[in-house]
Design a protein around this ligand. Structure first.
Ligand code: SIN
Length: 526
């Protein structure tokens, strides 16, 4: 690749949206992805995109209020305001680009309701195959631009000189290591569900962006907030097939092993996952049940889900479906301002890898595709406007002093943690060993750092990770992020959102802070 204006890492909704926008503006863009272009967590997303598209009694204020409530005190209100206000236009643009959303007979967009939403506002595609349709439309759009796409290439580490990101070192498809140089680098590398043995995330979700940021000393925040989706199909398949929130929105019920209901199914997913985990422990079982037998038109409305349950011999019209919580979404990540700038000049982040402040302690259903669509184009706009480095806006105000004249809503302060990424040089390469190392790590994290954690379980997990070899670059990244998650979860001696400490069940006002790791690479950062 030649030297670039913008190097995008990752090909989910955020990376593709940025590449399309930047190429349309005439920037020299390169997109690096470790799999095929269409291979990302985005294509697994089911439910849809939450956006207030008008024509009913819904409002962006209600969407904002629902998002803040789910986020349990840690959302940045300005970031959420950007999300809900700019979201509808981004959905319209996606439709103009060719994404086909589900509509009624009169051509109106169909809207579903999901957990934590006070209104039906989720637009969806192919029933519950929304991510796949968005990915398809964006991949076609990227292919039609002059952006240079390099597939099967893994970013290994950021190139940093004089406090500025200059691109990445990457492993090319032949196994060689190359330097890719760019004026600006965008992390759009997605999440880290592979930290856990049971996850809805594909094998690529190994926290690469967060790990590279941590190794370069870039500010990372709130990674203790791994969200567990309550209704993953309990079955050997991995990633776990999701039984979308939309099923509960349509009236599906969660039942325990005695067939009793025990939780309001329309609560945000942290509440439902916690209640389910407690009930499973009480009843000594490894799964519960989703009763969708009362839903009309299951097959027509949810064809993808119908296919995955039929594949294991179940008929949703007759059978209750086995469910258990599964690691689903990392709400924290690389700390950014409202334009996606990280603490290091030249480095930006958007989508699941980022901590914009939108999700707080627990992401609201169907706000994730939306976040990628909204914040990635903002990165491009900021670059075009000549921005270089973070400003005091959004979640970034935790570490960059706000302008005292600003009237924006109050910032959430940082608690800085000492965190070393010294350990973790790659020891060996090789397929079998890497699989074993990943499985060891996942088992330790699942036992000690899952839906319920305590100081004891977190400390024990940290010890077990010491025995996991950093067998290849992805395992090394998982180890880095796992240690960051454990450190943050230990320091957060309270329960809030998707972080539940069985030894500290209350939420503490003095812990309404962002847990920040990494000193930050910017002169303006504290
Ligand atoms: C779902 O359909 O339940 C998943 C959507 C999301 O993660 O927001």
């Amino acid at each position: 690749m030649p030297d670039l204006d913008l190097l995008v890492l990752g090909s989910g909704v955020a990376g593709l949206s940025a590449a399309v926008r930047a190429a349309a503006e005439g920037l020299q863009v390169g997109l690096l992805t470790k799999g095929d272009l269409a291979q990302s967590a985005t294509r697994w997303a089911q439910g849809g995109v939450a956006a207030v598209l008008g024509g009913d009694e819904d409002s962006t204020d209600l969407h904002l209020a629902d998002t803040l409530r789910a986020g349990a005190g840690l959302c940045d209100e300005d970031a959420v305001r950007v999300l809900v206000d700019e979201g509808p236009q981004r959905v319209d643009e996606l439709i103009a680009l060719g994404a086909v959303f589900d509509r009624d007979h009169e051509g109106r967009l169909l809207k579903a309701r999901e957990g934590g939403h006070s209104m039906p506002r989720i637009v969806h595609a192919g029933g519950a195959a929304t991510g796949a349709e968005i990915e398809r439309a964006l991949v076609e759009a990227v292919r039609a631009t002059a952006a240079i796409v390099q597939e099967q290439s893994l970013a290994l580490d950021l190139l940093v000189a004089e406090g500025r990101c200059q691109g990445v070192a990457a492993r090319d498809p032949d196994g060689g290591v190359i330097d890719l140089r760019a004026a600006h680098t965008l992390l759009a590398t997605g999440g880290a569900g592979q930290l856990f043995a049971v996850t809805t995330n594909p094998p690529e979700a190994t926290g690469d962006g967060v790990a590279m940021a941590l190794r370069a000393g870039v500010g990372v925040a709130d990674v203790e907030f791994m969200q567990f989706h309550p209704t993953a199909l309990h079955h050997a398949a991995m990633p776990r097939p999701l039984l979308s929130e939309a099923l509960r929105g349509h009236g599906a019920l969660v039942r325990d092993t005695n067939g009793e209901r025990f939780v309001d199914e329309m609560q945000p997913r942290d509440v439902v996952s916690r209640a389910m985990t407690a009930r499973m422990l009480e009843q000594g079982v490894d799964h519960l049940w989703l009763d969708a037998t009362g839903l009309d038109n299951f097959n027509a409305r949810f064809p993808t889900i119908a296919a995955s349950v039929r594949a294991i011999g179940l008929d949703p019209a007759r059978d209750w479906l086995p469910i258990a919580p599964a690691a689903h979404y990392l709400s924290g990540g690389v700390l950014t301002d409202l334009d996606g700038a990280s603490t290091m000049p030249g480095l930006w982040a958007a989508g699941e890898v980022a901590c914009t402040g939108v999700h707080g302690a627990n992401r609201l259903a169907s706000n994730s595709l939306l976040e990628g669509m909204v914040f990635a184009p903002r990165v491009v706009e900021a670059i075009l406007a000549g921005r270089d480095g973070p400003i005091a806006s959004g979640a970034m105000r935790a570490v960059v002093d706000p302008d005292p004249r600003s009237e924006s809503s109050s910032a959430i302060p940082a608690r800085h943690l000492n965190f070393s990424t010294a350990a973790g040089a790659v020891e060996k390469m090789g397929e079998g060993g890497a699989g074993e190392a990943r499985a060891l790590l996942q088992r330790a994290m699942t036992v000690g750092a899952g839906v319920l954690r305590s100081a004891h379980s977190l400390e024990q997990t940290a010890k077990e990770l010491d025995a996991v070899p950093a067998y290849d670059p992805e395992v090394r990244n998982l180890l880095t992020v796992a240690r960051a998650l454990l450190a943050s979860a230990l320091e957060r001696a309270e329960s809030r959102g998707s972080h539940t400490r069985s030894d500290f069940l209350e939420t503490r006002d003095d812990l309404r802070v962002r847990m920040v790791l990494g000193s930050g690479g910017s002169g303006s950062a504290r």
